[in-house]
Design a protein around this ligand. Structure first.
Ligand code: 5RP
Length: 262
């Protein structure tokens, strides 16, 4: 791995413990103003100090994140679809690579839709990004999308999608936690982070998912709604952070959450 690429990746995945807690706030690229991100700057300001990196779009970055901020940026560069239509996998690249460089991002990211009619176009887009990333030293995060078209996926599917991302040259991959998750991490060849998905019932459900994913080989979490839609988002991100970086158990994380929310 070239020096620049390694340097940028180490701003995201902490080389001291090989772990990362990313905050995903890129939802608007196809969902519009989701609950909790109607006014992103208000939501983000207290959360940024607790996140190792932010995953977002260039519009949100330019409008809501101070340029003086030192938080590493994982820039979403795919999209051009919306929840209004039934073709979410029909994504293309939406950001020029010159603009990604101009924005001084630490990584670039896109979704791949393995197993859909748009598999080829999203994998070709991944290859294009990897060519660019290798040329300019910018790591590529592939997101193995799930959703309406793909349904809930199991370890067989997710390990296939993660491994394909790695074989195409992605530098790290984001996927979903599932039963037998160790099968996914052990065959991925690259670091795996997990997405949170829709907001779940209790904080403990999130803590257990994060803890199990780490135990089964994930390097960290890239959570969105389960943090910023929580009534106490700072308590939530702090508790998840304790699992990711301090090896706390779900019960210990719950104590941290309870203490901080009171
Ligand atoms: C969608 C994404 C989003 O960043 C991610 O899924 C959002 O985070 P969460 O699901 O935790 O709200 O990559 O493809």
């Amino acid at each position: 791995m070239d020096w620049g690429l390694k340097n940028r990746l180490s701003r995201i995945i902490n080389p001291e413990d090989n772990r990362v807690l990313m905050l995903a706030v890129d939802h608007g690229y196809f969902l519009g103003p989701v609950k909790g991100l109607e006014q992103p700057e208000k939501t983000l300001e207290p959360l940024i100090p607790h996140a190792d990196a932010l995953m977002l779009t260039r519009g949100l970055l330019r409008r809501c994140i101070p340029a003086e901020s030192n938080v590493p940026i994982v820039l979403r560069v795919s999209g051009a679809t919306s929840i209004q239509r039934d073709v979410l996998p029909d994504e293309g690249l939406t950001v020029s690579m010159e603009d990604a460089v101009r924005l001084n991002v630490s990584a670039i990211t896109l979704s791949i839709f393995v197993g859909t009619d748009h598999e080829r176009q999203t994998l070709m887009a991944l290859s294009e990004l990897v060519d660019f990333g290798e040329e300019y030293g910018i790591p590529v995060l592939a997101v193995t999308a799930v959703g309406r078209e793909l349904g809930q996926k199991d370890a067989r599917y997710l390990s296939l999608a993660c491994r394909i991302a790695a074989e195409q040259g992605a530098h790290f991959v984001k996927t979903y936690y599932c039963d037998d998750f160790e099968k996914v991490t052990s065959s991925a060849m690259i670091p795996v982070v997990i997405a949170g998905g829709k907001k779940v019932e209790t904080e403990m459900d999130v803590f257990k998912m994060a803890y199990q994913a780490i135990q089964e080989g994930a390097v960290g979490c890239d959570f969105g709604r389960n943090i910023f839609q929580n009534p106490k988002p700072v308590a939530m991100i702090s508790a998840i952070r304790s699992i990711v970086h301090d090896n706390r158990t779900p019960d210990e994380a719950q104590e941290i959450y309870n203490e901080l929310m009171s």
